[in-house]
Unconditional design. Structure first.
Length: 175
C-alpha cells in the first residue's frame, strides 16, 4: 500500500470502522480469547457504539482512519489521555490500532501509529502508553519495531471468565 491518506474519522466512517475493529478482534485474538465471545461480536452494535462515542466526544480522544488510494478505509486508530485509575496523567494512550485483516502487512497500521505518535508529541505529551494482550506476539513485535518497550506493568483482563492478561508498553515522545 504505497499511498495512504490518514485523516480524522467521521460519523460516515462508523460502519466501516466497526467492521475493521470486529474483524480485527476475530482474526487477531483467535486462540487468545474464548471463540464464543469472538463469534458473538456484532458489527452493527460496534458501529452504534462508535457513533455514540463520536457524538458525545469532547475532542480529547482522536480517532484516525487510513484510506487507500481508492478511498476505502482500511484501518483505524484511536488515542487520547492516559488514565491511571480515575486520574488523567500527562501521558497519552494509544487505545487501539486495527487494520482490516485483508490489508494487514501493507503499511496502514504503521502509518496510523506514526500519525498518532506525531499528534501526541505535538500535543506536548512526554510518553505514549498502550496495552496489548500478553499473548499477542504479532502486535508486540509491531510495537517493539516502532520503538515501544514493555515497562513491566501488567493488568488482568477477563473475557467470558477467561483470564486474558495485558502488558503495558511505553515510548518516550520527542518534544
Amino acid at each position: 500500500m504505497s499511498r495512504l491518506r490518514i485523516r480524522e474519522m467521521t460519523l460516515a466512517d462508523c460502519d466501516r470502522v466497526a467492521e475493521i475493529r470486529t474483524r480485527g478482534w476475530q482474526s487477531a485474538y483467535q486462540g487468545m480469547m474464548p471463540q464464543s465471545y469472538l463469534d458473538g461480536l456484532s458489527v452493527a452494535e460496534d458501529a452504534e457504539r462508535r457513533r455514540s462515542y463520536l457524538a458525545r466526544g469532547d475532542g480529547s480522544v482522536v480517532n484516525l482512519v487510513a484510506e487507500d488510494t481508492g478511498g476505502e478505509v482500511v484501518g483505524w486508530a484511536c488515542h487520547g489521555p492516559y488514565r491511571d485509575g480515575e486520574a488523567v496523567t500527562g501521558d497519552a494512550e494509544l487505545y487501539a490500532v486495527y487494520v482490516h485483516p485483508e490489508h494487514l502487512g501493507q503499511g496502514a497500521g504503521q502509518a496510523l501509529l506514526e500519525e498518532s505518535v506525531a499528534r501526541c508529541s505535538t500535543a506536548g505529551h512526554a510518553r505514549l502508553l498502550l496495552w496489548v494482550l500478553k499473548a499477542n506476539e504479532r502486535a508486540r513485535r509491531f510495537y517493539e519495531r516502532a520503538g515501544f518497550r514493555a515497562d513491566g506493568a501488567e493488568e488482568p483482563f477477563e473475557v467470558d471468565g477467561v483470564a486474558v492478561p495485558e502488558v503495558r508498553y511505553a515510548k518516550a515522545l520527542p518534544r
